[in-house]
Every structure is written in structure tokens, then in C-alpha cells.
Write a protein of this length. Structure first.
Length: 228
């Protein structure tokens, strides 16, 4: 089994950025679990599927051909569904909100977990995954577990700046309200709620640079024996 780094935490904590950089630093495979759920959410929206139609959404998840490319030289990853590049389309606010809803469906989660474990088994060296339940459900045996977080205001500000950079107009107060709503939904859902694994390292990122956060995690992997 590949050396596994599991990074969990709430929305907007910077998990994707940190996970990508950790994967690049260690030469590991990066598995963007959030992109997988977003890919399903995008299809639900495009096909006008009622997210409450559990069986239909579940069938869609189990039948979706999701492909995550290796990281390129800039640390970016292409996300494809059925051969179609959806890398940009899955990052809209609408997809974000739908993702939080469909990811609470147990059957959808089982389909994505199956795919994540399959990719891990094929990895030669190690994998880095980020999400809500990686260290508690998907890979409870992970060598390194991180609970990455930041204050709600800090996370909302990051999201606000990200949307502005993409030309998406949205008031900060609305971004913050959606952030708090997602936190509550993710932590209270019945299927794999967001929580801290007993053996996870709690890492608050307020005031830290991305480089500092990445180095802390790389050091944890070294302490666990990777590369020794």
C-alpha cells in the first residue's frame, strides 16, 4: 500500500493548494477528491437532476468516468468527465453549493471512495488526498493525517479573493454566510460528517504562508519514516 497523506478540513481551508504542493514536494500522486464530487454536481446541474432523487444521482456517480491527470510542472491537475475537460466548470459557486448537497448522499460517497482507493492502489510511491473524511473513513490507516483549518472569516476572505480573480462578482458578506452554511451542513450530515481523526495533527493556518504549511506536513512525513 502506498504511503498516504490524508488532509481533512472545512471548505476554504486551502486543502487543495496545500495538498498539491505537498504531492509535488514528495513526488506523490495527488487525488483531488473534491473535484470528483464537483464533477458529479456539475452533471446534476447540467442534466437538471433533482438532488433529492437519490437513486438517479447515485446511478450517475457510479457510472461517471472521472479522470484526474498527473500534476503538471505548475502543480495543476486536469479534471475530465467522459473525456471532457471540466477543470474550470466545476469551480463555480453554483457547483460548490450543489457539491455540498450531493456529497451527503451515502451512495455517492461510496462510489467516490471506491475510485479514490483504486487510484491509491495504482500509485507507485504515495498519495496525497484532501477532503472531509479522508483520515476517518477513506484511509483511516493513513501514515500522516492532517486536519487543516482556518477561521471562518479567513476562509471566506480567501474564497472572496479567488472569485474576484475569476471575475465572479459576489459580496463578501454572502461568501461568509455561504461558508458558515457549508460548515454546518458538512459537520452535521449523516454520511461521513466532517470531524477530526483521533490521531490527526490539528493545523490552524491563520497567519501562516502556504510554504510554511507545506513544510510542516513534509516534515511530518519525514518523521513517519518516508524518505529516511
Amino acid at each position: 500500500m502506498a504511503f498516504t497523506v490524508a488532509i481533512d478540513g472545512p471548505a476554504g481551508a486551502g486543502k487543495s493548494t496545500v495538498a498539491r504542493r505537498v504531492a509535488k514536494a514528495l513526488g506523490f500522486t495527488y487525488i483531488d477528491t473534491g473535484a470528483m464530487y464537483r464533477s458529479i454536481a456539475l452533471q446534476v446541474l447540467e442534466q437538471s437532476i433533482d438532488p433529492e432523487a437519490i437513486e438517479t444521482v447515485s446511478d450517475l456517480a457510479h457510472g461517471s468516468a472521472i479522470f484526474l491527470s498527473p500534476l503538471d510542472s505548475m502543480g495543476n491537475q486536469k479534471v475530465c468527465v467522459g473525456g471532457r475537460d471540466v477543470t474550470q466548470e466545476i469551480r463555480t459557486p453554483e457547483v460548490s453549493q450543489m457539491t455540498s448537497r450531493i456529497s451527503a448522499i451515502p451512495e455517492v460517497r461510496s462510489a467516490m471512495v471506491e475510485l479514490q482507493r483504486s487510484i491509491s492502489r495504482q500509485s507507485e510511491h504515495g498519495v496525497v488526498l484532501e477532503g472531509r473524511d479522508i483520515g476517518t473513513v477513506v484511509f483511516p490507516q493513513a501514515e500522516v493525517k492532517i486536519f487543516l483549518t482556518a477561521s471562518a472569516e479567513e476562509r471566506a476572505q480567501r474564497r472572496f479573493q479567488e472569485l474576484q480573480a475569476k471575475g465572479i462578482e459576489m459580496r463578501f458578506e454572502m461568501v461568509l454566510a455561504e461558508q458558515i452554511e457549508r460548515d454546518e451542513r458538512d459537520s452535521q450530515r449523516a454520511a461521513s460528517p466532517l470531524k477530526i481523526a483521533d490521531d490527526a495533527h490539528y493545523l490552524m493556518t491563520d497567519g501562516l504562508t502556504i510554504e510554511q504549511v507545506v513544510q510542516k506536513i513534509v516534515d511530518m512525513c519525514t518523521d513517519k519514516g518516508y524518505g529516511a
